[in-house]
Design a protein around this ligand. Structure first.
Ligand SMILES: [Zn+2]
Length: 91
């Protein structure tokens, strides 16, 4: 699963703001400059379940801006966020 498809799933499920797209750091996503800005941009563009596929390129750009830095990387038996250095247990 890529960051882009995880974000598209996130939009499709119309999840609540406090939830975190799969594979991203919950710590960083919880900060306003990431999850908050992403959420605001999606709302502003009126992207929802019905038009998310047509906006793929736009979401890709948004992902580059807000999400790729938060992608958890596998380090041994844990997942680590390279932005805040928080480690997470395997799910
Ligand atoms: Zn982080």
């Amino acid at each position: 699963m890529s960051v882009l498809s995880n974000l598209m799933d996130y939009i499709k499920k119309e999840k609540k703001r406090e939830e975190v797209p799969h594979g991203l750091c919950p710590n960083c996503w919880g900060r306003l400059e990431y999850g908050g800005e992403f959420y605001k941009a999606v709302l502003k563009e009126n992207i929802d379940l019905n038009n998310v596929e047509q906006h793929k390129g736009w979401i890709q750009a948004l992902a580059t801006k807000y999400a790729y830095g938060l992608e958890l990387k596998k380090k041994g038996t844990e997942w680590e966020c390279e932005l805040c250095n928080t480690k997470y247990e395997h799910e």
